[in-house]
Design a protein around this ligand. Structure first.
Ligand SMILES: *Cc1c(COP(=O)(O)O)cnc(C)c1O
Length: 398
């Protein structure tokens, strides 16, 4: 296969998203081919031996590597500015692989409080059984990260912007604290994508993705990735090829094509979200809007410095609690009622009774996830149509 576009860091994101990582077979296909094969054949016993011994580069088995997966990995690595990317079957398998590959019994994690629910489940219910402990800190309180350090702290883990309140953590400052403590900083870059934020260039050691969200952006496949320096990634790769949750060729191919439009999509997601946030702020039935692009956002300044654009996710509080929030949802005829996010289709959810319902009401209140809170993943539809859809429900509260 001929390599096209790998190792061209001087290209802009718009070009990398379309060209980086492309490899062509002897057929010379313009659009990348898909390689749904479990294994590969060799021309001789000696070649097989050389491939298995990794003396000769090449493919042996698709749990280890696959050409479609390699192309996706190289393209995403180029966008994140990473030495290496290892693709996984889902976002959770990326986070699990990172922890299993780089942590051991007795290690300690410092993590931001507002994490994806399954990440908290992994840390609290699974890693704990293997003697790994975790302390949670408020994402945006930088000093709290330092205070939570223990002698056995090996990993800092943050998700920024956070779900659903779009809280922003200071990647540069927290990376410095992690390194002083001899720990690695991993950033879940799912909400921002490399188009809006490149954590590795701000001092983070690792980036994880749920490719299921914006990277696909059309709600078709599950996928994930871990990115970082080659030596760390080699450990993640060795864990994955042994334990098995690698990405399928089909999903890799879908994601590879999806990346081509990622810069365009993120631009429009952000423009629609910014317009919708400003409009929501002017509605009498809306008490408060959380969006990093709004001047009254608690970390607006940091968000403006750290993110190229404020993102496609927002949340808002309606007057009247759960009943009112549910009325707004039930009046939607366009926006999908689902917990998924990062899709070209706008989605709306009531965090307190869906994505965050397992958390106790007291903990939810403490985290600011009240009964009147609604989260919108702003899609690519006309923003006027989205406003009209929300206006119908909001009018009933007035
Ligand atoms: C969805 C999500 C995950 C998990 O990804 P899956 O692909 O569903 O396994 C992790 N982190 C964040 C921020 C997410 O939104």
């Amino acid at each position: 296969m001929q390599q096209q576009g790998a190792g061209t860091p001087d290209w802009d994101d718009e070009t990398l998203a379309i060209r980086a990582g492309t490899e062509r077979s002897p057929f010379g296909e313009h659009s990348e081919a898909m390689y749904p094969t479990s294994s590969y054949v060799f021309t001789s016993a000696a070649e097989a031996a050389a491939r298995f011994a990794e003396v000769e580069p090449g493919y042996t088995y698709s749990r280890f590597t696959n050409p479609s997966v390699t192309m996706f990995e190289n393209r995403l690595a180029a966008l994140e500015g990473a030495e290496r990317c290892v693709a996984t079957a889902s976002g959770m398998s990326a986070i699990n692989a990172l922890c299993m590959a780089l942590l051991k019994q007795g290690d300690h994690i410092v993590a931001s409080q507002s994490l994806f629910g399954s990440t908290i489940g992994l840390f609290n219910n699974i890693l704990s059984r293997f003697g790994i402990s975790v302390s949670y800190v408020p994402l945006s309180e930088t000093a709290a990260w330092r205070d939570a350090v223990q002698p056995n702290t090996r990993l800092f883990f943050m998700e920024t912007p956070s779900n659903p309140l779009t809280e922003v953590g200071d990647i540069r400052a927290v990376a410095e604290i992690a390194h002083q403590a001899g720990a690695l900083l991993a950033v879940d870059n799912c909400f921002a994508t490399p188009i809006l934020q490149k954590p590795l260039q701000m001092g983070a050691d690792l980036v994880v993705h749920s490719a299921t969200k914006y990277l696909d952006g059309q709600g078709r496949v599950l996928g994930g990735a871990v990115l970082g320096k080659a030596d760390l990634m080699q450990q993640v790769f060795l864990y994955l090829r042994t334990a098995g949750p690698t990405l399928s060729a089909f999903n890799a191919w879908v994601l590879l094509k999806a990346l081509e439009t990622l810069p365009l999509r993120m631009e429009r997601h952000c423009r629609n979200a910014a317009e919708l946030a400003a409009w929501l702020q002017a509605q009498s039935a809306v008490k408060r809007v959380f969006y990093p692009g709004l001047p009254d956002h608690p970390q607006h300044e940091l968000a403006s410095a750290q993110l190229a654009l404020p993102g496609g996710m927002l949340s808002f509080v309606v007057v009247g609690g759960r009943e009112a929030a549910w009325q707004v949802i039930d009046a939607c005829q366009l926006i999908s009622i689902t917990g998924n996010l990062g899709d070209s289709r706008s989605t709306i959810t009531h965090p307190a009774t869906t994505t965050h319902f397992r958390i106790s009401p007291e903990a939810r209140e403490l985290a600011g996830i009240g009964e009147g809170l609604l989260r919108v993943s702003v899609g690519l539809e006309s923003v006027q149509d989205l406003q009209a859809d929300l206006a119908r429900g909001l009018a009933r509260l007035a």
